[in-house]
Design a protein around this ligand. Structure first.
Ligand SMILES: [Mg+2]
Length: 308
């Protein structure tokens, strides 16, 4: 497409990932880190043994939350979704800055409860809140920027999945929004530490846009395909298959691991955590396929939450 045609496009034509691709092109050359835009966090040089992780997330009233939801839960979500991104790299969170935009008509009670939610979760995960900014805005906006670190030999990216690897998730999927899970989920830092330290996943991401979309990111970055099994995908409550595939905001980890190491994650050997094997990585040409409960193979569309 010509540059001029691109200039005229609206964000709704580009979609979130089209937009990220264009921003990534503009940023080319300005970046000298280890991993730039396009993984769960940026990965930057820190020391001989560790990388620095940096991520940011923004929640907007009316888009990501409404004031009918419990304000403490909104605060929890604002920081926990960033902590979840640090987990997806195999790292641990360290320091956050919190910025807030709000209309002058909002009561202090609402703001203080949002902050209480943020602080409680920060404390639980040993994250120091070290600053931030406030502005007046039309709707409430909460922005969290979070720094973390990861041992260099434990960092897990999206691009390491290979054909034959087994695909796992850390918990049930679907209906996160309707069940309220998105306001109280536990970022899987402990599981990620256990996996990165002992079992070396080849690729990992946290499920924010939905299983199909987030597995799609791993497949795209790793240049592979995958086959997932309907009967193996754990679902939350009464969630249907389509909910588990497309709802998003589950904040479970989705990872791949060579078949030789996968066995150890199943059954009795994992005393503390439960891991669900949902399928396997296949050649790129096969794309993303679903093996239905009656054994048929069906192609699935890689779609999820539409941001624009
Ligand atoms: Mg993520």
């Amino acid at each position: 497409m010509s540059t001029r045609a691109v200039q005229k496009m609206k964000l709704s034509d580009l979609g979130e990932f089209g937009l990220i691709d264009l921003l990534k092109k503009q940023a080319r050359g300005s970046f000298s880190g280890i991993q730039g835009i396009g993984d769960d966090t940026a990965v930057l040089p820190l020391s001989a043994k560790k990388h620095l992780l940096l991520t940011t997330d923004m929640l907007l009233e009316g888009v990501h939350f409404t004031l009918k939801m419990p304000a403490k839960g909104i605060g929890h979500k604002a920081i926990a979704s960033s902590i979840s991104d640090i987990a997806a790299m195999g790292g641990i969170p360290k320091y956050a800055v919190i910025s807030l935009g709000a209309p002058s008509t909002v009561s202090w009670r609402v703001i203080s409860q949002i902050y209480q939610g943020i602080r409680k979760t920060a404390k639980k995960f040993h994250v120091g809140i070290v600053g931030g900014d406030t502005i007046k805005s039309q709707k409430i906006i909460i922005n969290v920027a979070l720094l973390g670190e990861v041992k260099r030999d434990e960092a897990v990216y999206r691009n390491g999945a290979r054909a034959g690897d087994q695909v796992f998730v850390t918990g049930p999927l679907g209906r996160s929004l309707s069940s309220g899970w998105h306001l109280r989920f536990v970022p899987r830092i402990a599981q990620a530490q256990y996996l990165a330290g002992k079992h070396k996943p080849t690729a990992m991401i946290d499920i924010s846009d939905g299983l199909a979309a987030d597995l799609g990111h791993i497949l795209r970055e790793s240049r592979v395909g995958a086959m997932i099994e309907e009967s193996s995908i754990p679902r939350r409550g009464k969630a249907y298959l389509k909910d588990a595939l497309y709802d998003g905001e589950d904040f479970e980890l989705l990872f791949t691991i060579p078949a030789s190491r996968a066995q150890k994650l199943m059954g009795k050997n994992t005393r503390c955590y439960r891991f669900y094997r949902i399928g396997e990585v296949v050649a790129k040409e096969k794309g993303l396929q679903l093996k239905t409960s009656n054994g048929h193979l069906k192609k699935i569309t890689i779609k999820g939450y539409i941001h624009f």
